[in-house]
Design a protein around this ligand. Structure first.
Ligand SMILES: C[S@@+](CC[C@H](N)C(=O)[O-])C[C@H]1O[C@@H](n2cnc3c(N)ncnc32)[C@H](O)[C@@H]1O
Length: 218
Protein backbone atom coordinates (compact mmCIF):
# COMPACT_ATOMS: atom_id res chain seq x y z
CA UNK A 1 0.00 0.00 0.00
CA UNK A 2 1.27 3.44 -0.88
CA UNK A 3 2.34 5.65 1.97
CA UNK A 4 -0.42 8.22 1.28
CA UNK A 5 -3.18 5.58 1.33
CA UNK A 6 -1.83 4.14 4.55
CA UNK A 7 -1.82 7.60 6.21
CA UNK A 8 -5.38 8.19 4.95
CA UNK A 9 -6.51 4.86 6.39
CA UNK A 10 -4.96 5.56 9.80
CA UNK A 11 -6.43 9.06 9.81
CA UNK A 12 -9.96 7.75 8.97
CA UNK A 13 -9.72 5.11 11.72
CA UNK A 14 -8.72 7.81 14.19
CA UNK A 15 -11.65 10.03 13.19
CA UNK A 16 -14.07 7.07 13.51
CA UNK A 17 -12.67 6.24 16.97
CA UNK A 18 -13.10 9.86 18.15
CA UNK A 19 -16.64 10.05 16.75
CA UNK A 20 -17.61 6.80 18.46
CA UNK A 21 -16.35 8.07 21.84
CA UNK A 22 -18.08 11.41 21.40
CA UNK A 23 -21.43 9.69 20.74
CA UNK A 24 -20.95 7.34 23.71
CA UNK A 25 -20.22 10.28 26.05
CA UNK A 26 -23.19 12.26 24.79
CA UNK A 27 -25.48 9.28 25.29
CA UNK A 28 -24.37 8.62 28.88
CA UNK A 29 -24.78 12.36 29.61
CA UNK A 30 -28.35 12.19 28.31
CA UNK A 31 -29.15 9.19 30.50
CA UNK A 32 -27.89 10.88 33.67
CA UNK A 33 -29.85 14.03 33.08
CA UNK A 34 -32.99 12.11 32.10
CA UNK A 35 -32.85 10.24 35.42
CA UNK A 36 -32.27 13.48 37.33
CA UNK A 37 -35.10 15.15 35.47
CA UNK A 38 -37.45 12.34 36.47
CA UNK A 39 -36.63 12.72 40.18
CA UNK A 40 -36.75 16.51 40.03
CA UNK A 41 -40.10 16.39 38.28
CA UNK A 42 -41.45 13.95 40.87
CA UNK A 43 -40.24 16.10 43.79
CA UNK A 44 -41.60 19.27 42.21
CA UNK A 45 -44.99 17.76 41.33
CA UNK A 46 -45.45 16.46 44.87
CA UNK A 47 -43.86 19.36 46.69
CA UNK A 48 -47.09 20.50 48.35
CA UNK A 49 -48.97 17.23 48.56
CA UNK A 50 -47.05 15.21 51.20
CA UNK A 51 -49.42 14.54 54.10
CA UNK A 52 -47.82 11.87 56.25
CA UNK A 53 -45.50 13.80 58.57
CA UNK A 54 -43.00 14.01 55.69
CA UNK A 55 -40.04 16.37 55.76
CA UNK A 56 -40.44 19.69 53.95
CA UNK A 57 -38.70 20.07 50.59
CA UNK A 58 -35.85 22.19 51.99
CA UNK A 59 -34.99 19.54 54.60
CA UNK A 60 -34.79 16.93 51.85
CA UNK A 61 -32.34 19.21 50.09
CA UNK A 62 -30.22 19.46 53.28
CA UNK A 63 -29.95 15.65 53.48
CA UNK A 64 -29.12 15.38 49.78
CA UNK A 65 -26.38 18.03 50.02
CA UNK A 66 -24.80 16.42 53.09
CA UNK A 67 -24.54 13.05 51.36
CA UNK A 68 -23.12 14.47 48.14
CA UNK A 69 -20.64 16.72 49.94
CA UNK A 70 -19.25 13.83 51.99
CA UNK A 71 -19.67 11.14 49.35
CA UNK A 72 -21.64 8.88 51.70
CA UNK A 73 -22.65 5.51 50.28
CA UNK A 74 -24.31 3.51 53.03
CA UNK A 75 -27.38 5.16 54.50
CA UNK A 76 -29.92 4.18 57.10
CA UNK A 77 -33.24 5.95 57.48
CA UNK A 78 -35.46 5.32 60.50
CA UNK A 79 -39.03 6.32 59.66
CA UNK A 80 -39.84 6.07 55.94
CA UNK A 81 -43.46 7.18 56.09
CA UNK A 82 -44.49 7.56 52.42
CA UNK A 83 -40.95 8.18 51.23
CA UNK A 84 -40.27 11.88 50.77
CA UNK A 85 -36.93 11.95 52.61
CA UNK A 86 -36.15 8.45 51.28
CA UNK A 87 -36.37 9.80 47.75
CA UNK A 88 -33.97 12.65 48.51
CA UNK A 89 -31.52 10.25 50.16
CA UNK A 90 -31.87 7.67 47.37
CA UNK A 91 -31.34 10.35 44.75
CA UNK A 92 -28.07 11.31 46.46
CA UNK A 93 -27.15 7.59 46.61
CA UNK A 94 -27.69 7.37 42.85
CA UNK A 95 -24.85 9.89 42.55
CA UNK A 96 -22.44 8.35 45.06
CA UNK A 97 -23.11 4.75 44.02
CA UNK A 98 -24.61 3.84 47.40
CA UNK A 99 -27.82 2.51 48.87
CA UNK A 100 -30.24 3.44 51.64
CA UNK A 101 -31.97 1.02 53.99
CA UNK A 102 -35.19 2.55 55.29
CA UNK A 103 -37.56 1.27 57.97
CA UNK A 104 -41.28 1.83 58.42
CA UNK A 105 -43.67 0.04 60.77
CA UNK A 106 -46.94 1.16 59.17
CA UNK A 107 -47.96 -1.16 56.34
CA UNK A 108 -49.94 1.25 54.18
CA UNK A 109 -47.29 4.00 54.43
CA UNK A 110 -44.59 1.45 53.58
CA UNK A 111 -46.60 0.38 50.53
CA UNK A 112 -47.18 3.95 49.43
CA UNK A 113 -43.46 4.69 49.85
CA UNK A 114 -42.64 1.79 47.55
CA UNK A 115 -44.96 3.23 44.90
CA UNK A 116 -43.41 6.68 45.22
CA UNK A 117 -39.86 5.33 45.04
CA UNK A 118 -40.85 3.37 41.93
CA UNK A 119 -42.42 6.44 40.37
CA UNK A 120 -39.19 8.38 40.91
CA UNK A 121 -37.30 5.44 39.38
CA UNK A 122 -35.03 5.00 42.40
CA UNK A 123 -35.84 1.40 43.49
CA UNK A 124 -32.33 0.14 42.92
CA UNK A 125 -30.97 2.53 45.53
CA UNK A 126 -33.46 1.59 48.26
CA UNK A 127 -33.90 -1.38 50.57
CA UNK A 128 -37.28 -0.61 52.17
CA UNK A 129 -38.15 -2.71 55.23
CA UNK A 130 -41.56 -3.07 56.84
CA UNK A 131 -40.49 -3.58 60.44
CA UNK A 132 -40.36 -2.21 63.97
CA UNK A 133 -37.20 -0.09 64.03
CA UNK A 134 -36.79 -0.67 67.79
CA UNK A 135 -35.89 -4.24 66.91
CA UNK A 136 -34.45 -3.98 63.39
CA UNK A 137 -31.99 -1.15 64.08
CA UNK A 138 -30.30 -3.38 66.67
CA UNK A 139 -30.16 -6.28 64.22
CA UNK A 140 -28.79 -4.54 61.11
CA UNK A 141 -25.07 -5.08 60.61
CA UNK A 142 -24.08 -1.83 58.96
CA UNK A 143 -21.62 -0.28 58.63
CA UNK A 144 -23.37 2.99 57.81
CA UNK A 145 -21.90 6.38 57.02
CA UNK A 146 -25.14 8.34 57.02
CA UNK A 147 -28.19 8.00 59.27
CA UNK A 148 -31.44 9.93 59.23
CA UNK A 149 -33.55 9.40 62.34
CA UNK A 150 -37.16 10.50 61.83
CA UNK A 151 -39.41 8.06 63.67
CA UNK A 152 -40.54 8.07 67.32
CA UNK A 153 -38.76 10.94 69.12
CA UNK A 154 -38.78 9.29 72.56
CA UNK A 155 -36.57 6.57 71.06
CA UNK A 156 -34.03 8.95 69.46
CA UNK A 157 -31.36 8.37 72.13
CA UNK A 158 -31.79 4.61 71.94
CA UNK A 159 -31.57 4.61 68.12
CA UNK A 160 -28.38 6.65 68.39
CA UNK A 161 -26.88 4.25 70.94
CA UNK A 162 -27.81 1.25 68.78
CA UNK A 163 -26.37 2.70 65.56
CA UNK A 164 -23.28 4.49 66.87
CA UNK A 165 -21.03 1.38 66.98
CA UNK A 166 -22.02 0.68 63.35
CA UNK A 167 -21.41 4.25 62.18
CA UNK A 168 -18.09 4.81 60.43
CA UNK A 169 -15.72 7.51 61.65
CA UNK A 170 -16.32 10.49 59.36
CA UNK A 171 -19.95 9.48 59.04
CA UNK A 172 -22.87 11.42 60.42
CA UNK A 173 -26.06 10.79 62.35
CA UNK A 174 -28.86 13.24 61.61
CA UNK A 175 -32.15 13.61 63.47
CA UNK A 176 -35.27 15.47 62.44
CA UNK A 177 -37.55 17.87 64.33
CA UNK A 178 -35.07 18.48 67.11
CA UNK A 179 -36.19 22.07 67.67
CA UNK A 180 -39.84 21.43 68.46
CA UNK A 181 -39.01 20.09 71.91
CA UNK A 182 -41.56 17.27 71.72
CA UNK A 183 -41.09 13.73 72.94
CA UNK A 184 -37.58 13.96 74.29
CA UNK A 185 -35.77 15.84 71.51
CA UNK A 186 -34.14 18.22 74.05
CA UNK A 187 -32.84 15.20 76.02
CA UNK A 188 -31.55 13.82 72.72
CA UNK A 189 -29.69 17.07 71.92
CA UNK A 190 -28.23 17.16 75.43
CA UNK A 191 -27.08 13.58 75.03
CA UNK A 192 -25.34 13.94 71.63
CA UNK A 193 -23.94 17.31 72.70
CA UNK A 194 -22.21 15.62 75.64
CA UNK A 195 -20.27 13.14 73.48
CA UNK A 196 -16.59 13.98 72.91
CA UNK A 197 -16.26 11.86 69.79
CA UNK A 198 -19.14 13.65 67.99
CA UNK A 199 -19.48 17.21 66.78
CA UNK A 200 -23.12 18.27 66.66
CA UNK A 201 -24.63 21.26 64.85
CA UNK A 202 -28.23 22.11 63.98
CA UNK A 203 -29.41 23.00 60.51
CA UNK A 204 -32.27 25.50 60.74
CA UNK A 205 -33.32 25.52 57.06
CA UNK A 206 -36.81 24.70 58.24
CA UNK A 207 -38.29 25.61 61.61
CA UNK A 208 -38.19 22.01 62.84
CA UNK A 209 -34.38 21.72 62.71
CA UNK A 210 -32.10 18.84 61.77
CA UNK A 211 -29.29 17.91 64.14
CA UNK A 212 -26.14 16.76 62.39
CA UNK A 213 -23.69 14.78 64.49
CA UNK A 214 -20.34 14.02 62.82
CA UNK A 215 -18.43 11.10 64.25
CA UNK A 216 -14.84 12.23 64.84
CA UNK A 217 -13.50 9.03 66.36
CA UNK A 218 -14.59 5.69 67.85
C1 LIG B 1 -42.15 11.73 60.71
S1 LIG B 1 -42.62 10.31 59.88
C2 LIG B 1 -41.29 10.04 58.74
C3 LIG B 1 -41.33 10.97 57.55
C4 LIG B 1 -40.36 10.58 56.46
N1 LIG B 1 -39.01 10.57 56.95
C5 LIG B 1 -40.47 11.54 55.29
O1 LIG B 1 -39.91 12.62 55.35
O2 LIG B 1 -41.14 11.21 54.30
C6 LIG B 1 -42.31 9.07 61.09
C7 LIG B 1 -42.62 7.65 60.62
O3 LIG B 1 -41.98 6.76 61.56
C8 LIG B 1 -42.79 5.63 61.68
N2 LIG B 1 -42.44 4.95 62.94
C9 LIG B 1 -42.75 5.32 64.22
N3 LIG B 1 -42.28 4.43 65.09
C10 LIG B 1 -41.65 3.47 64.36
C11 LIG B 1 -40.96 2.27 64.69
N4 LIG B 1 -40.82 1.86 65.96
N5 LIG B 1 -40.45 1.53 63.69
C12 LIG B 1 -40.56 1.93 62.40
N6 LIG B 1 -41.22 3.04 62.03
C13 LIG B 1 -41.75 3.81 62.99
C14 LIG B 1 -44.21 6.18 61.66
O4 LIG B 1 -45.12 5.18 61.32
C15 LIG B 1 -44.09 7.31 60.65
O5 LIG B 1 -44.52 6.88 59.37
Amino acid sequence: MKLMSRIRLIFSALILFLLFNLIACAQSGENISAADEKVQQFLENNRRSWQDMNVPYQDGQVLYDLIIKNNYTSALEIGTSTGHSTIWIAWAMSKTGGKVTTIEVNKSRHREALENIREADLEKYVDARLADAHKLVKELNGPFDFVFSDADKDWYIQYFKDVSPKLETGGCFTAHNVLNGYGGTQEYLDYVGSLDNYETTIDRSSSSGISISFKKSE
